[in-house]
Design a protein around this ligand. Structure first.
Ligand code: 5GP
Ligand code: ZN
Length: 107
């Protein structure tokens, strides 16, 4: 989507420190980390937020959720991690392309 910073990261028009990538999703380091490990997992397809997800995103969202513990483990978060999805302005969302925060401190 035009003028979406995370779409531009997904298409490599804006650089990011990529941790994981496949055909459907991309994980990269948050530019302003709020924890020793702070990653963002995004779908490559644009939708604004969890509140904008539809049935067509169901399988993709499931795949992303199942990928989170694998990414966290590979990032050294073997003792556990936090996940966060901010939704809407009132939910603290600043970038309106769905993303899952993965945060923690390596064990
Ligand atoms: P939100 O508040 O929307 O849930 O979180 C957006 C996150 O995106 C913030 O933690 C912010 O630091 C991160 N962020 C914003 N712009 C960029 C960027 O250009 N590159 C990266 N890697 N992270 C970004
Ligand atoms: Zn986007």
């Amino acid at each position: 989507m035009d003028n979406c910073i995370f779409c531009k990261i997904a298409t490599k028009d804006i650089p990011a420190q990529t941790i994981y990538e496949d055909d459907e999703m991309l994980c990269f380091k948050d530019i302003r980390p709020a924890a020793p490990v702070h990653l963002l997992l995004i779908p490559k397809v644009h939708f604004d937020s969890l509140a904008h997800a539809t049935a067509e995103h169901q399988t993709l969202l499931g795949k992303m959720m199942l990928k989170v513990p694998q990414i966290a483990h590979e990032a050294g978060l073997t003792d556990g991690f936090k996940t966060l999805i901010n939704t809407g302005k009132g939910g603290g969302q600043e970038v309106f392309h769905l993303h899952i925060h993965i945060m923690g401190t390596p064990a």
